[in-house]
Write a new protein. Sequence first.
Length: 183
Amino acid sequence: MPTIAAVILAGGKSSRMGQDKSQLMLGNRTLLAHTKELLLAAGNTEIVISGALGIKDKQTNKGPLSGLFSCLEELRHYNYLFFVPVDMPLLSTDIIKQLLQEIDQETVHQLFHFNNHRLPLILQNTPEIRLVIEKQLHSDDLSLHQLFKHLKTKTLKHNFESECFFNANSPEQWQSVLDKLKL
């Protein structure tokens, strides 16, 4: 049985938001606590934080790719890492569960994600994948899109509303989330 840890990506600068996104209040809890609760409700028991409150990036100012790499390096004892951004407040347990089901069904692919959405994603944790990411960190293209080109990727179809994958990156976007949730 493969081992998996869920990683909450909370290492960004939050420059557009003007404050740490993980500490934004969603009702009576922080966005970080909300994301942890979603992961627990979906059956994840091993939850790790990437960023200042957990596994720090080995290479700074390299975006989410550096967070992925640092976690893969630090958590080598897990076969897979499931990465969820902290700034995706409308994500649901159903989305998380659908993605996690792929691990039991599939061993050929190295990366799993939903159609038209880079995150959340699952990465197999192997020396080969860590090497691919390490090489990309030394290139000019640090995008997840570029990483997907180098790995055996499985893109999943979904029937979820696109807003479930919405990233709140600015105060205006955050306010639109609060308005939608009537908080």
